[in-house]
Design a protein around this ligand. Structure first.
Ligand SMILES: [Zn+2]
Ligand SMILES: [Zn+2]
Length: 360
């Protein structure tokens, strides 16, 4: 949206500010002030809020503990079936977060150890700890598996994953945001803007005289959120994207398929002499290592200026048609069967193209 404002496509309109008061309890400044899951300052805000009404605590991960490591050597535990990350859905119940394989027969690839250790605090473990820390408080858990849409105005400590925050009658007395580092560390080009949206959405659920506490983290995104100087941060972010040629400064297309197929498609983007078209550059191809993609496939990312969009799309679609036609003539005489795994696939402006695959 900031980019559309910058190019004059939309006009910004300033509405009267109705902004929740935001305070930063910086864990890196006073790490000792952490009593259990939250810094003492945030714990105080929770206790004060609970005297008058509901309090919201936003956490990054659902379940019990998002991460498991080998109890012997401390390496990140990987599923023996699919190499996916292992987490704890409930206390003592480890399972692969990709394929669901139970962790019971797990063995460490590095040291052969068989024990798994919990790391991090999911929504469920946080709620359990709050029941002990804030004795007598009504603790409500709201996540993808136990969603609550609304909550009444009586005192309650609501632990919610991002996006699953219930709306409180009259608003929350306090909104506490945990796990900023973990959310900002998600391997995604959009981690910063996603965090900003998740935090703004949660803060907006506070009562008009409520308070929002950011209980961890630092850096430009947290600073922009705490000070409310969000437009400046957006403009900085856009400037970086322009310098590094990342969306929305450029458009992208991902080209996936067998190595020969992808190579032929990228050839269609070269002019006479083999040089790439002006305003077009290619990242990769690199092997695709994903559970939902058969092994042996590669992917390239094509970045191009908006002005070249039509030309790039025409050439890549031409390559796609040629690939399908070539394959069907090679397969002539054979019965049409399953799709070839190495067949070309094209995706334009795929938002996940720069994301890692561990996520939150
Ligand atoms: Zn180990
Ligand atoms: Zn697995």
């Amino acid at each position: 949206m900031q980019w559309l404002v910058d190019i004059g496509y939309v006009q910004p309109e300033r509405l009267p500010p109705r902004r929740t008061r935001v305070v930063h309890a910086d864990a890196s400044v006073v790490p000792d002030a952490f009593a259990g899951r939250v810094p003492e300052f945030a714990a105080r805000a929770i206790r004060e809020g609970l005297r008058k009404g509901p309090v919201l605590v936003q956490v990054a991960s659902p379940g019990y503990a998002p991460v498991a490591v080998c109890a012997e050597c401390g390496e990140l535990a990987r599923c023996t079936a699919c190499a996916g990350p292992i987490g704890f859905r409930s206390a003592g119940r480890a399972a692969c977060r990709w394929c669901g394989e139970q962790g019971a027969g797990w063995r460490c690839r590095h040291c052969g150890g068989r024990g798994l250790e919990q790391r991090g605090m999911g929504s469920q473990r946080t709620a359990e700890q709050f029941e002990r820390q804030f004795t007598g408080a009504r603790v409500v858990l709201s996540d993808g598996e136990h969603p609550h849409e609304r909550i009444d105005s009586r005192p309650a400590l609501v632990v919610a994953t991002r996006g699953a925050e219930p709306i409180a009658a009259g608003g929350y007395r306090a909104v506490v945001l945990l796990d900023a580092e973990r959310l900002l560390g998600i391997e995604s080009l959009r981690a910063g803007e996603d965090c900003m949206r998740w935090w703004q959405n949660a803060a907006a659920l506070a009562a008009p005289d409520g308070v929002c506490v950011v209980a961890s983290g630092g850096g430009p995104v947290v600073r922009a959120f705490v000070t409310g100087r969000i437009e400046e941060w957006l403009r900085d972010e856009l400037r970086d994207r322009h310098a590094l040629r990342y969306p929305p400064a450029v458009r992208v297309a991902s080209v996936t398929g067998g190595p020969a197929e992808v190579d032929r498609a990228l050839g269609a983007l070269r002019g006479p002499g083999g040089a790439e078209l002006a305003g077009v550059d290619v990242l990769g191809p690199v092997p695709v290592l994903r559970r939902d993609v058969p092994p042996g496939l590669v992917r390239a990312i094509v970045r191009f200026d908006y002005a070249h969009g039509a030309e790039v799309a025409k050439r890549l679609r031409g390559a796609l048609v040629a690939d399908a036609a070539g394959a069907s003539s090679r397969a002539a005489g054979r019965r049409p069967g399953r799709a070839r795994p190495e067949a070309l696939r094209l995706r334009f402006d795929d938002r996940g193209v720069f994301d890692g695959h561990l996520g939150a």
